[in-house]
Design a protein around this ligand. Structure first.
Ligand code: PMP
Length: 307
């Protein structure tokens, strides 16, 4: 029902939702060889606007580069394709999912002779961790699964197959009664959550794990760092141990799908008072203002769909 009348952009064409199909012998289906993005468009006073679209598509191209994949569309072409499909689907606020992958053709592990297929789908998607998560915070658990080592699969790239790691951690957390998992790096430092970056607050300053701890260079992460600087809140990158999270004043996560979500407890230890803290609240407020076109200072983060 969600898909009725909707379209997907696929390899340069706009096709009806139900026709955006691939063959079962698609190389990427077998080997997980693909890269993707997660982007959001929001309704603003000037109509639908995609948040930090160029940065997301540059990251898609960088992910592809790390995988020796040549995406047959430039960043500018993908920007136009995204605007086209968001406009065609008529949902001013939506989630946008570009994916580029080794297509049907040759089997065998080498991706080098595979052609690369690219598609962009959109759909309306509410708060990824729930409205209650945004309002009250979520319960997180340090996963028994480690974030993959950079010399196994680069965590700096959004690789489709790499998300088996996130999916295992997410499933473990849900089955144990938690909302989200926190993954540690192979060295034992906090890296990030399954699809979100992580921040902790100590004495009024914000700390987030470095990229070298296996954290994705999240666009929301970078946005939060800028918004914190705007608010005069000190931010720095530093390695964190799981026990640091047990004594932090606040812990929160950030991501395009999840947005900005307080973490109410880590491994059943309430974070601070157990209620969302003031810095998470302030940054949530600033984030929503920015994405909804209510922050003139960061107007350049918006790509309007019409005009
Ligand atoms: N870490 C991981 C593993 C992710 O999948 C995501 C979502 N892309 C993030 C962090 C957050 O990144 P962003 O803010 O760019 O959505």
């Amino acid at each position: 029902a969600i898909a009725e009348g909707k379209v997907i952009w696929m390899d340069g064409e706009v096709v009806p939702w139900g026709e955006a199909k691939v063959h079962v012998l698609t190389h990427a289906l077998h080997y997980g060889y693909g890269v993707f993005e997660g982007i959001r468009a929001y309704d603003t006073p000037r109509g639908s606007a995609v948040f930090r679209l160029r940065e997301h598509l540059v990251r898609l191209h960088r992910s592809a580069r790390m995988l020796l994949m040549e995406i047959p569309f430039s960043v500018d072409e993908l920007i136009e394709a995204t605007r086209t499909v968001v406009a065609a689907n008529g949902e001013p606020a939506c989630y946008i999912r570009p994916v580029a992958f080794t297509a049907y053709g040759e089997m065998g592990l080498s991706p080098l002779s595979s052609s690369i297929s690219v598609s962009i789908a959109t759909w309306p998607w509410g708060a990824y961790l729930g409205d209650e998560g945004i309002a009250k915070g979520v319960r997180a658990k340090v996963s028994s699964w480690r974030r993959h080592d950079p010399n196994v699969i680069p965590p700096a790239a959004k690789v489709t197959g790499g998300y088996v790691n996130s999916a295992l951690a997410k499933a473990e957390a849900i089955k144990a009664g938690y909302d989200e998992a926190i993954l540690l790096s192979p060295q034992g430092y906090v890296s990030e959550c399954t699809g979100e970056n992580l921040f902790a607050v100590f004495d009024g300053a914000i700390v987030t794990p470095p990229i070298a701890a296996g954290a994705l260079a999240g666009i929301t992460r970078q946005t939060i760092m800028t918004l914190a600087a705007d608010a005069g809140i000190p931010v720095r990158e530093a390695n964190l141990l799981r026990s640091d999270l047990y004594i932090a004043d606040e812990v929160f996560l950030s991501g395009t799908a999840a947005e900005v979500v307080p973490i109410a407890s880590v491994d059943d230890r309430p974070v601070g008072t157990g209620e969302p803290g003031p810095l998470a609240r302030e940054l949530q407020r600033r984030y929503y203002a920015a994405v909804h076109g209510e922050d003139p200072q960061h107007e350049s983060w918006l790509t309007y769909v019409h005009g």
